[in-house]
Design a protein around this ligand. Structure first.
Ligand code: FCB
Length: 477
């Protein structure tokens, strides 16, 4: 069972929900540019209006209260606080977020603030963005402002959301802002800058906050799932989870590259080997900076793939079964990823874990009865949360879960086409309609998970795999 003080929450990010205001103007960020330059980049969507949360947060928090939500992972848009990324602080921007946080708290919702969820000020991108080593100081300065202006109201912070996407999708393959396709030299440098920026932010948050604060980091990954419970398959999946491959698409999509320096104070051996001659010089002081003590690991987990032990125990991919279930954005549905993702991360890093994001995009629509029925999402969440509870039952220290997302919002390169919310957003009228899953999640939160399938004999870990295996639907590649 989950701990009595388990944190049940929901998540979102600034750019995806806030929208803009003609008077309370913020600085331009890379997603404004990316969506303007070529609307195809974001399927015609942009952050101009989004959910208009910046004008509706009071109603939104009142609705969240009704839905039993007590914790909210949200982010601050860097260029709303410091429009050019460095220099003058926008007092209007600070006042906006202070009021937003106060309103959240008035509704009994605890804030979990992420400093960076991808809205890099364009002015900094113009100077090279994450590739410019000066970003370490730029980000440290921003973290100081966050600490000074918000730590009286906020106790929990996350530094950077999904470094894999920041560097991999933004600078390696270019499907996210700023849409660059750079080589290994520049992108390993950008990664090192990001890791140092994280460390600098931790130092600034501790130093300038008005009280002791708790800090985490929120990386992501696709999880290798052992194809069976044999120790060999488990070992092979674990090996895969922490390994790195020199492949344009894949290399930045790794766990150890972005988490080992932060949590173990060193880069994984295989990465040093792989990027020999292409990585920037890294000193002992750099490693020390990256390795600032943090209080918990945030981990965003959505899906995975099967791995078995091949000859010599080396990881070998195993095909998914034909017609496997997938979400509205074609991500495979594999709840075991929450079990193995949490377990592997805990075994290696030994820090309490928050699942900082997990959820599902569906092709939701308003039915004739005026409601939004999303049985697929309820089923998804029941399976994933059951798997998470199983990890807890097996000794993994999981402290909380933030469902992505509180409401449908701007889904980056998918524009408005990936509906991840448990609340439906009508993007024409901006009306919110809680989906069936929101009411279901309320009951789960209230019962601290007692109503989950795993506690009612309806879900057993790996049941699906073995079932498929026995009917011989899964074949080795
Ligand atoms: C994650 C992002 C989040 C959202 C979800 C669906 O990678 O952190 O902003 O887009 O995926």
């Amino acid at each position: 069972m989950f701990r009595d003080d388990f944190v049940w929450g929901v998540a979102s990010s600034a750019y995806q929900v806030e929208g803009t205001d003609p008077v309370n103007v913020r600085g331009k960020c890379i997603w404004d540019t990316f969506s303007e330059e070529n609307p195809i980049n974001t399927k015609g969507g942009n952050g101009l209006v989004a959910c208009d949360h910046m004008h509706r947060y009071k109603e939104d928090f009142a609705m969240m209260k009704e839905l039993g939500i007590k914790a909210y992972r949200f982010s601050v848009n860097w260029c709303r606080i410091i429009p050019d990324g460095v220099g003058e602080v926008s007092e209007e921007g600070v006042a906006f977020y202070r009021d937003l946080i106060l309103s959240m708290k008035e509704n009994g919702i605890t804030p979990y603030l992420t400093l960076y969820h991808w809205d890099l000020p364009q002015a900094l991108e113009d100077k090279g963005g994450w590739v410019n080593p000066e970003i370490v100081d730029w980000f440290g300065n921003y973290a100081r402002v966050i600490a000074e202006r918000f730590s009286d109201l906020v106790e929990y912070f996350f530094t950077i959301n999904e470094p894999q996407c920041v560097i991999g999708l933004g600078y390696v393959v270019g499907v996210h802002a700023p849409g660059k396709k750079l080589g290994y030299k520049e992108t390993t440098l950008a990664s090192v800058n990001l890791l140092k920026a994280h460390g600098t932010a931790v130092l600034a948050l501790r130093r300038y906050s008005v009280r002791p604060v708790k800090i985490g980091y929120a990386p992501t990954c696709t999880i290798p799932i052992p194809a069976s419970d044999s120790p060999e398959d488990i070992e092979a999946a674990k090996k895969k989870y922490f390994s790195i491959t020199k492949n344009t698409w894949d290399w930045a999509w790794t766990v150890a590259w972005f988490s080992d320096p932060v949590l173990l104070g060193k880069f994984p051996e295989d990465s040093l080997e792989l990027f020999r001659g292409e990585m920037p010089e890294i000193t002992e002081d750099d490693l020390k900076l990256m390795h600032q003590p943090i209080d918990f690991l945030g981990q965003n987990i959505y899906n995975g793939y099967y791995i078995k032990a091949g000859e010599n125990g080396e990881p070998v991919d195993v095909m998914k079964y034909p017609g496997y279930q997938e979400t509205g954005v074609h991500w495979p549905i594999m709840e075991e990823c929450l079990y193995w993702g949490a377990r592997f991360a805990y075994e290696r890093y030994k820090l309490p874990i928050f699942i900082t994001e997990n959820g599902m995009a569906c092709h939701d629509a308003i039915s004739l009865d005026g409601k939004v029925h999303d049985p697929n999402r309820v089923d998804f969440l029941d399976r994933y949360l059951s798997a998470l509870q199983q990890a807890v039952d097996d000794g993994v220290d999981v402290r909380g879960y933030f469902l992505w997302s509180v409401m449908d919002n701007f889904e980056w390169d998918q524009g408005y086409h990936g509906r991840f919310g448990i609340v439906y957003t009508d993007f024409v009228t901006l009306k919110r309609i809680p989906k069936d899953s929101a009411y279901w999640y309320k009951e789960i939160m209230e019962s601290n998970g007692a109503k989950l399938a795993v506690n009612n004999g309806l879900w057993v870990r790996s049941a699906r795999w073995h079932q498929e295996e026995s009917s011989n639907l899964c074949k080795s590649k």
